[in-house]
Design a protein around this ligand. Structure first.
Ligand code: IFM
Length: 447
């Protein structure tokens, strides 16, 4: 047995997102988001699942905060449903929506848990989608107004903020690959949405400085790791191109004020142009206070002539995969973190998401999810090595507190450390909940 010791100063947390847990889709003055419309259209989500009820956290938030409190975490990362607080997308605030988040925040603070708010975790009000959604530049101003309203409402109590969750998913996965809402399949739409999300991020950061001067703000891109299949230059270059789509495309504009030329050209070869107006990159490259990283998986990458846009195919490292079929690659977590540090410097890093999908059910009141514990141990070991290597990691936030609506996969895929019965909404703490509680309390675990 070896003890993995993590710094006493490391902040621990658990994360969720509004559409995935709240339910109450038609209550409290909320209007539909793009995910309501997308999930209700046949064929988009497995088993026809929707987020109408999700975990019913809208009504059960006090119970959820109690689970967090007994878990012993320092922070809870949740997102605000834009269409719950501003039902028309722009303009008037909805007092019931505001009250819901105000109560949640107060409940957290009363239990000594620091709230961390994500402004955009993919649930754009449908009313704005009908006006062009993120493909329209005007949506960045609607987002700015929404962000400013939230800073004014909650900035007095909430000091940690994230603008956009996983901009790659909200742009390319949703508008080019068509897997997520709004389900488009146009590369041009993907490129436009990606740029507008980053512009919206920059505008919100600018305004945050005035409205919450004592707060900290960042964003939370997702990152996988591609390890070259062989030392051949072809495989190395293919991996670089593949990584660039998630890494440089979404990080260079923030940290360097540029987009990677290689991808601009590649997109152009496939008929999509990057439309940047004067001043956009200055806005996007506002200094941020914290960098969120969402890491789940990695693979070997091999050059393939007909391997899609980037001519790379993913080759799994071995047979180990989670129940969502994602290869497990904890070494890639270490490599991704040290690589980000080397490329972008000393910005404080939060792991804003890391976790595993295993679909265990409840047996005699217990959930035996040793596989999730193993996954977390492997990834926290990599995290500890990255900290030792000098990467300024300040927090680790597990995904997720609760089993929830896993987007296009519906309710079958379970990421929670707490099991949720989606008919009764009963919560059952999994073995991983107790393991995480001990790890959080001791700042260490055994391997
Ligand atoms: O459930 C999602 C989350 O909303 C964003 N990051 C990845 C998670 C697992 O797929």
């Amino acid at each position: 047995m070896t003890t993995i010791q993590l710094p006493e100063t490391l902040k621990w947390g658990a994360a969720t997102a509004s559409y995935q847990i709240e339910g109450a889709a038609h209550e409290g003055g909320r209007t539909p988001s793009i995910w309501d419309v997308f999930s209700h259209a046949p064929g988009n989500v497995k088993n026809g699942d929707t987020g109408d009820n999700a975990c019913n956290s809208y009504h059960k938030y006090k119970e959820d905060v109690n689970h967090l409190s007994e878990l012993g975490v320092d922070q809870y990362r949740f997102s605000i449903s834009w269409s719950r607080v501003i039902p028309q997308g722009r303009g008037e605030l909805n007092p019931e929506g505001i009250a819901y988040y105000r109560n949640l925040i107060q409940e957290l603070l009363d239990h000594g848990i620091e709230p961390m708010i994500t402004l955009y975790h993919w649930d754009l009000p449908q009313i704005l989608q009908d006006e062009g959604g993120w493909e329209a530049r005007e949506t960045t101003d609607a987002f700015l107004a929404y962000a400013e309203a939230m800073f004014k409402e909650f900035g007095g109590q909430v000091k940690k903020w994230l603008t956009i969750n996983e901009p790659w998913c909200a742009s390319f996965l949703s508008n080019y690959l068509g897997v997520h809402a709004p389900g488009k399949t146009s590369l041009q739409a993907g490129v436009d949405v990606a740029h507008h999300l980053m512009l919206a991020h920059g505008k919100a950061v600018q305004s945050f400085r005035e409205l919450v001067p004592d707060g900290e703000i960042g964003y939370a891109p997702n990152l996988g790791w591609l390890e070259p299949y062989s030392p051949s230059q072809e495989d190395i270059d293919a991996c670089k191109r593949g990584m660039m789509w998630q890494k440089e495309w979404f990080m260079d504009p923030v940290f360097k004020g540029t987009y990677p030329e290689t991808l601009i050209q590649l997109f152009a070869e496939h008929g999509a142009s990057l439309n940047v107006e004067e001043g956009d990159l200055e806005i996007i490259s506002q200094p941020i206070d914290l960098m969120g990283i969402n890491y789940y998986t990695g693979s070997l990458g091999r050059y393939k002539e007909d391997g899609g846009l980037f001519q790379v195919e993913e080759v799994p490292l071995d047979e180990r995969r989670t129940d969502i079929d994602w290869p497990i690659y904890a070494e890639g977590f270490y490599k991704a973190l040290t690589d980000i540090h080397q490329t972008y410097g000393d910005v404080p890093i939060y792991i804003t998401e890391n976790g595993a999908c295993y679909n265990h059910g409840v047996e005699d009141g217990r959930v035996y999810d040793q596989e999730r514990i193993d996954y977390l141990k492997q990834h926290l070991t990599s995290l500890s090595r990255a900290i030792e290597a000098g990467v300024p990691i300040v927090g680790y936030i597990v995904w997720s507190l609760l089993d929830n609506f896993e987007w296009a996969e519906g309710y079958e895929k379970r990421f929670g450390i707490i099991h949720v019965n989606f008919e009764t909404f009963e919560r059952t703490r999994k073995d991983s909940y107790y393991w995480y509680r001990d790890t959080v309390n001791n700042h260490s675990f055994e391997v």
